[in-house]
Design a protein around this ligand. Structure first.
Ligand SMILES: O=C(O)CCC(=O)C(=O)O
Length: 285
């Protein structure tokens, strides 16, 4: 169970680390599940490759739909207890993804706020980054700007279209969050974050289930909401009969072309892709 101090830290800083939330045994089980999902004999294509090394997977889409181990992990009681402490008693599963961040190639993730991809009526949304390897500066651990979640949603546009990234960040405020394997980083949806390319010879595999308070509803039903919304599921408490609305003016994620992942839209590689290919690719960011 997380403490009052932990909750205060999260509210002040927009992130929180819980070390040892998952055991070595659970991490090993998850690593075996990754191997099963990536087994080339599987008919369903479940992943996206690194553009710089077409042998290396960078993202497994919706792992909770691809293997029961990930769904079990996303519903883990200790994890949900912590999430209830952070976003309230009524908790919806929102969507999931798994970033592989392979040795020597693992793609950079540019500065962004997750909320920019899926603005909701309120900001009680978070992602749990569950690390299957020690996340270090060398293998591209997450970098965050503490307290940035209090400043609202900023534009993620480039050239008049949504490109899912923010430039001119004052990186002097950034903190590198190193987390041991089995640990979890809870990330507020408005916290600015990024990660560098993995230059090391160690992977940094991370499972990212996302959650939201049951009274947070999408305010823009673009491709991401349309893709994720059918998969939402109540995990704790009750469904909401009213939407809780925070004041604010939110830029909407109006991209020049649809995109399959955060990597594609940030790199601009979606602009060169065939739309039909993207429609089969899934829209979890
Ligand atoms: O895995 C990372 O380094 C960043 C993850 C992230 O921000 C994302 O996938 O939206």
């Amino acid at each position: 169970m997380i403490s009052e101090d932990d909750i205060r830290f999260y509210k002040d800083n927009g992130y929180l680390v819980a070390k040892d939330l998952f055991s070595r045994e659970q991490v090993d089980q998850a690593l075996r599940a990754i191997d099963e999902v990536l087994d080339p004999r599987r008919a369903e294509k479940a992943y996206e490759m690194e553009p710089r090394d077409t042998q290396t997977v960078r993202r497994i889409w919706s792992p909770t739909k691809k293997h029961p181990t990930f769904w079990q992990m996303a519903k883990d009681d200790r994890l949900l207890d912590a999430i209830q402490g952070l976003i309230g008693e009524n908790v919806l599963f929102h969507y999931s993804k798994l970033n592989m961040k392979g040795p020597k190639v693992g793609s950079v993730v540019e500065w962004h706020q997750d909320f920019s991809y899926y603005p909701h009526t309120n900001s009680d949304l978070l992602t749990a980054l569950i690390f299957f390897d020690d996340a270090t500066k060398e293998n591209g651990c997450l970098r965050v700007i503490p307290g940035s979640h209090k400043k609202g949603l900023v534009s993620h546009d480039v050239g008049g279209y949504f490109r899912g990234k923010v430039s001119n960040i004052d990186e002097s405020q950034a903190v590198s969050v190193e987390v041991p394997a089995g640990g979890v980083l809870f990330l507020h949806c408005l916290t600015l974050h990024a990660s560098a390319r993995n230059e090391s010879d160690q992977p940094r595999r991370t499972f990212l289930p996302a959650y939201r308070a049951a009274d947070a509803f999408p305010i823009y039903f673009g491709p991401h909401a349309a893709h994720n919304e059918p998969g939402i599921e109540l995990l704790r408490g009750k469904r909401a009969r009213t939407a809780r609305v925070e004041a604010g003016v939110h830029p909407l994620p109006l991209a020049e072309r649809e995109f399959g992942s955060i990597y594609e839209v940030q790199e601009g590689s979606h602009l060169t892709k065939d739309l039909a290919e993207m429609k089969t690719a899934g829209y979890a960011v």
